[in-house]
Design a protein around this ligand. Sequence first.
Ligand SMILES: *Cc1c(COP(=O)(O)O)cnc(C)c1O
Length: 355
Amino acid sequence: MSYPRLIINLEKIYQNAYTLQKICEKNDIELVGVTKLVLGDPQIAQVLKEAGINKLGDSRLINIKKMIKNKISGPFQLLRIPMISELEEVIKYVDEILVSEIETAIIIEELAKKYDKNIQIIFMIDVGDLREGLWYEDAPKKIEKLAQKLKTAKLRGIGTNLGCFGGVLPTVDNMNLMIEIKKYLEEKLGKELIISGGNTVALNLLETGNLPKGINQFRVGEALLLGTDATGHRDIPYLSQDTVILESEIIEIDYKPSVPVGEIGRDSMGRIPHFEDKGWRKRAILAMGEQDIDPRGLKPFDEKLEILHASSDHTIVDISDSENDYSLGNIIRFHMSYGCALRAFTSPYVEKIYK
Ligand SMILES: *Cc1c(COP(=O)(O)O)cnc(C)c1O
């Protein structure tokens, strides 16, 4: 047994996946299960499939290849707009691809022809968040022109991503913008298109009945795997947040002043630390740090704990107010934010245990 470790509850992930799949089904929305947070973990991918999610999406080709190698069946969607240098491989492994550059789409068409593969393209449109996508004002004409050049590759629809760079929320307005562009293109091209309308944060529109009709694909990771919505800043009430739990071991407990003694420079991460003088406090040091977790995203089960600081290998917790009598070697448990979980799943120092 080694710490820190993640306890991954496959049953709870299954429940989340099943719940979301049913909600999407009822609303004629194709749910893409996004596996990038867990690096394309085959056991978790398998659970998503068993819960009825047909298509899996990942931002990294290496994760998609890992899933295929471990006998996870597709179809697979590549979420990150591709590098030109990876396209030749992308064509072999991926069934659907998000694209935001006309030039990239043209190369995909050439490769699709070469390998005789009807790869599906979802063209990304930026409706304001300022990450990927053609700016919405230019998109209709440019995509129309491109679609006429696609023969083997197919334009399946348009997509948008929100809440990732600018923190822009999905709204009736920006969703309606997508619908207008889709209608324009359908008329010009004489074929039906889909709208891939977003990620976890867009679930809110669906729940409140405000999602405009015609948004028919959701690409969801965080809600499935953590039951949370970082951009919307909430726990999703009908999903479980006990899907993944972080455990970490105490390696020192001592009383120390709350303000350091000596001249203050910067901390090990180049930050200027701030301290509030609360007198002498009882503190625990945990054997995990910035190389394993993001201290800002730690949510202790024991709500009386206060995370003070972390350096690369140590996390300092104020345990003075806790009702628990912690001792050396005890384990402290946490829920994690998306950002913290991302680091924990990616860290080779964090053991992964499946339940
Ligand atoms: C990560 C990602 C998603 C999934 O986002 P969640 O917030 O985890 O649901 C969807 N689409 C794209 C393009 C992504 O990169």
